[in-house]
Design a protein around this ligand. Structure first.
Ligand SMILES: C[S@@+](CC[C@H](N)C(=O)[O-])C[C@H]1O[C@@H](n2cnc3c(N)ncnc32)[C@H](O)[C@@H]1O
Length: 234
């Protein structure tokens, strides 16, 4: 799609990079800090909430926390998930949807692999970006990763699989089709009972659509620059 050509690299307030789409006047992350925002919304308010049931002791039993990400983009959420999963000793199976992937040149300019975990996970970052669409890759022991070149609307998601959904689409104003009952119902069906959905948006219409699909909502404080965010559970 032409909108995704000419992405511009930008530095955010915590020194980490993001991308800007001039055609939509949209950033991939908050200018208050890309890493700060992703850590807050997806890791601290998402991954940490469900990780408890998947700690080290269950590795032998092969139990994995199933994560679905809507919009792989720069790979920042996935990289922070690798870092936190290692810290907590949690096995993860991570599936990311991305219909408009970054080019290799765009990936090579991002400072994110140097900024996360002091650069120790840079190989993991490039393994995820270089992974072939439609194949599962062992990024490291205990972390299996796959990318699908599907729009959320078209992705054939299996029922009752995901413990955690990172909904990181562009804002409802520019991609309203990713914030309505049709796709939220699809995500609800793909999640296990008790599964957690987390996103940066706390817009009224988004909350109403989530509730209409059967989610229970809570509204933790947002990251810098945002009063609140949304966490929903199935
Ligand atoms: C706000 S960016 C966030 C990207 C990523 N999570 C990151 O940390 O860089 C939104 C992402 O959703 C992707 N996207 C756009 N339309 C989509 C769709 N219909 N289904 C799934 N993903 C989509 C974009 O290409 C982009 O990578």
């Amino acid at each position: 799609m032409n909108t995704f050509l000419n992405r511009v690299l930008k530095e955010t307030a915590d020194g980490s990079h993001t991308l800007f789409l001039p055609g939509w006047d949209e950033h991939y992350h908050s200018l208050h800090g890309a890493i700060r925002e992703s850590l807050h919304i997806f890791i601290n308010e998402g991954f940490n909430r469900v990780a408890g049931g998947f700690v080290e002791g269950e590795r032998g039993a092969g139990k994995s926390l199933m994560v679905l990400e809507v919009g792989f983009g720069t790979g920042l959420n996935a990289l922070l998930t690798v870092e936190r999963a290692m810290d907590l000793g949690v096995n993860v199976n991570y599936l990311a949807l991305e219909p408009y992937p970054l080019t290799a040149a765009e990936v090579s300019r991002l400072n994110l692999p140097d900024k996360v975990a002091g650069g120790l996970l840079a190989d993991d970052f490039f393994r995820m970006h270089n992974a072939h669409f439609g194949e599962m890759t062992n990024v490291r022991q205990g972390f299996i990763f796959g990318k699908w070149k599907f729009r959320l609307q078209d992705a054939p998601l299996p029922p009752c699989v995901y413990h955690l959904v990172y909904h990181d689409a562009f804002a409802p104003q520019v991609q309203p089709e990713l914030w309505g009952a049709e796709v939220f119902g699809k995500l609800h069906r793909a999640m296990v009972p008790g599964g957690v959905f987390t996103t940066y948006s706390a817009k009224g219409s988004v909350k109403r659509a989530l509730r209409a699909c059967g989610f229970s909502l809570s509204h933790p404080a947002g990251p810098p620059g945002k009063r609140e965010m949304t966490r929903a559970s199935r």
